[in-house]
Design a protein around this ligand. Sequence first.
Ligand code: URA
Length: 261
Amino acid sequence: MVTHSVQSQLYVSLGAYLQDLKESGVDGLSADSTTRSIPEPAPQQPAAALPNTRQKTEQLEPDLAEKHETLEQIRKDLGECQRCKLGATRKNIVFGVGNPKARLVFVGEGPGADEDEKGEPFVGDAGRMLNRIITAMGLQREEVYICNVVKCRPPQNRNPEKDEIAACSPFLLRQLNSIKPEVIVALGTFAAQAVLGTKEPISKLRGRFHDFHGIPLMPTYHPSYLLRTGGNSDSFWAVWDDMSQVLRLLKLPVPDKSRKK
Ligand code: URA
């Protein structure tokens, strides 16, 4: 049971977060986006074996760290969401997949056609590239958690709009607060800019950790971009540098990879 004071604190934190979004150009929030409840439990993946050296939740802001809700509760609260116009055209809500206690969370932009069809993030070509990255890191897809800034496919794969981000952001924040990962990776320009509330290009944002509510966040190039540039491109190796930093922060071994000449 969430106490009134914890709930108020979360709203204060969400308010500050949404204010950040607003200052970065987001100027709308749909009504009652955090309270609507239409029962529909979502399946969750089992916890997996990524070693957990996390020191509880000291990394999170105290107001976020106090609130304990499960991903199932958040999914239930999301319901058959119609908080923004994407609800009218999507086939399936793409909530997120993976370990509810993941040390590492990947956040993408929004579902494409394959994800909309299956209700799971990163299952198309970009997903196969993300899986390659995860495997190259010495991890398994089931050990991490994968989600998106928006949970419904934008028509024709256009970028999500401000009101859509604003309607979905509270749920992303609640998912991250539930998982309490040690590191977040933002995949691509859109996700990095939306989550960090900045207009800086990904080429400037990547390569260093940023702060997201007390959690280190590493922006990196989107897997779709790597599909275009190829597996031995500068951008591919830039992603590998970023992921090596992530592994070092998690105190996990960095597999030895060397660039083909
Ligand atoms: N691209 C994304 O950003 N997210 C997905 O889930 C799939 C492709």
